[in-house]
Every structure is written in C-alpha cells, then in structure tokens.
Design a protein around this ligand. Sequence first.
Ligand code: NAD
Ligand code: MG
Length: 388
Amino acid sequence: SGEKGTRRLTILGSTGSIGTNTLDVVERLGGRDRFQIAALTGNGNIPLLAEQARRVGAELAVTADEHRYGELKDALAGSGIEVAAGRSGLTEAAERDAGWLMAAIVGNAGLAPTLAAARRGADIALANKECLVSAGSLFIEAVSKGGGRLLPVDSEHNAIFQVLENDQRHAVERVVLTASGGPFRTKTLDEMRHVTADIARAHPNWSMGLKISIDSASMFNKALEMIEARHLFRLRPDQIEVIVHPQSVVHSMVGYSDGSVLAQLGCPDMRTAIGYALSYPKRCELPIERLDFAKLARLDFEAPDETRFPALRLARRAMEAGGIQGAVLNGAKETALEAFIKGRIGFLAMAEIVEKVMDLLSDLPAAVTMDDVFAADKKARQTAAGLI
Ligand code: NAD
Ligand code: MG
C-alpha cells in the first residue's frame, strides 16, 4: 500500500463497461482520498483513457494499441503521468505494485497481463472470464502460488462467492447459474438465423460491452460461465446447472447437501459485484437501485433450450473432455464472434464453427504450461478462420 490509509489499485480495461463501472465505484468509495491508481489500461479510446488517467491521478496509462502511443503521449502531455503501449505496456501495468487489480480486458487478450499480476501476488478482481475458460487450473494455480486472492466479478460467480461459506464447501451439491436468456429467449431458430450484430447486442437487462452482449444472445456467455464456475469453485461438470431467469434478479444459487438453496439477489448493476470485490471481506455502501419485491411481484424460471442455444451443450462437452478444450472453445468462439460482428457469417454459424473446431482439435494434449494454452488458442483461431 502507498501513503497511510490509501490502497493501490490497477484497472486493466478501464475504458470498457466494467472498467468505467469500477472507476465509478472507486470514486464513490472515496476516490483519491482512499485509493492511489497505479495504472489504467485501454485500447482504442485514447481520449477516454487520458481523461480517466488525469481525473484519478494515475501513475501510468497504457494503450494496448502500440500505434496509438504518440496519441496517448500527446493527450497526457504536462500531466506527469507515465505512458506505455502494446503488450509490454500491458505487462508493465500488471506488474506495477498494486495490491488489487481489476482484470476487465475483453477476451483472451486479458490472459497474459492478468497472469502477470496473479504471479506477483495481487488480489485479482476477475471480470475477464476468458482467463479461466482458456487456462483453467493453470490460472488458478498461478493465483494460489502468487498468494493473492481471486475475487469473482462476473455477477453469477460473485453471487456464488457471496453465499459460499468456506467451511461449507464440502457440502456443496450444485451451483445454479441464472441466465437472462438474452434478446432471443423466445425466438425460433429460423428467426435467429438472420439477425444482425446490432439486433443481437441489445440485452434486455444488463448494459455491457459489445462482445459479451452478443455472447449473451447466443448463450456463449453462459457457456463460458459454466467453465468459469467449474474452475473457480472446483466443481464437477455435473454439479453445474443453468436456469433461464428473465428478470436477472437472482444472480445465481448454491445448493447444499441438506436441500438448502442459497441465492444472492439484487438489481442488475455490475457495481454491486465490483464493490464486493473491492471491499471484501467487508461490504460497502453503494447507490444501487434497491429491489422492490411488491413491484417485482414474481420471478420466473425456465429450462434452457440446448437445441436453440447449442453453446451450452458445447460447454458441457469442453468440460467433460477437459484438457485444453476450454481454450479451443474460447479461441474458436472469439474468431467466430468477430466474423459475425463484421457481417461475414450468420448468428447460428458461430456455434457451428465452434463445434467443428472442437471436432477437429479434439486430440490436442492437455496443457502443461501456459505456452500450451496460448498455442491451443492460436490453433483454434486459425482453424476457425479457415472454416469462415
Ligand atoms: P468492453 O468491450 O466494454 O471493454 C473492454 C476493455 O478491454 C476496454 O477497456 C478495451 O479498451 C480493452 N481492450 C479491448 N481489446 C483489447 C486488447 N486486444 N488488448 C487489451 N485491451 C483491450 O468489455 P466489458 O463488457 O467491460 O467486458 C470486460 C470483461 O468483463 C470481459 O471478459 C467480459 O466477459 C467480462 N464481464 C463483463 C460484464 C459486463 O457487465 N460488461 C459482466 C461480466 C463479465
Ligand atoms: Mg455473467
């Protein structure tokens, strides 16, 4: 920690949806009086990154895009804030001494820097689920060797984390991940076939980044979250259930061996999970909209449809195969998602491509080192690109 009473924080992906919410929480919980921001990172939105860095008095600002270094340098001229860019810049941000780090880069691009922070023993507030989907137990191992805490920020996993007592872990029978069902919950396969990225990105309950919003529509987001839950809470695949809950009020549940089910509820606002990860093991005060149960009147639940949303089936397949299939699923999914966003493939083709890549790469050996994870990710991307 820095000066008396201040905590040093870093936010990877500060310009995104989770990143801006994290800065909002930091400012509401005392801002510069309580926190020193060691580093902020972004990618293409240089004006926002520079504005954030000046506002919070960050020591270091990093753009992941090395071609934007000069632009960021100019935007921060005279501020005394250090500037870096590219992959080495991201590593520099992650390695800079800060006891707590928000991992909120989107996609597998977040793995290397988050790993660097885990290895030096920072507490990792993990929004970037791809770290666990791709690297699984190797990532968990790196955190535990480093000696920091892993604090789940994904709302479902944060909910489970909130209701899971350490000395009751032996009695956990199952976790139930809730899914809103996304914008296509009631659509037929034929209706989904022709949707565009603009239609797919409109999430009914949560306001999120573009990619995770589309992943919610295809339920690939829930697929990633199943694999994430497996590693975070050390579960067998058959202990992970998904239930569609259109109101997104119950954020997830834990079922115990005595038949009890514990749930965490709240209005859909990521600042609850972020604030919990920042204040843990205490709780903070946040101006989140409070639940009004009378107004809510009812909570609905329905079984997910794996025919219309094959991503869920693919997640089970990846978990059962074990080894490196999480990295294969995610690498193929990210490539297919980018192609969908660019209008090169249809909405349903995303799952078809992921399944074909998993078929083609089913023999890849299990990862022994992180390099194996990066190699599998690359192979999955190349194979998916070949199919597109
Ligand atoms: P976003 O697209 O809004 O923001 C992504 C951030 O990553 C931005 O700061 C961007 O500049 C940066 N970035 C993008 N590409 C990069 C690259 N190649 N290298 C380095 N940085 C890059 O995304 P988001 O919605 O904030 O999601 C961030 C992560 O949190 C994702 O892994 C997502 O699955 C997870 N998550 C998000 C939410 C949510 O409510 N938004 C909820 C749960 C989990
Ligand atoms: Mg989630």
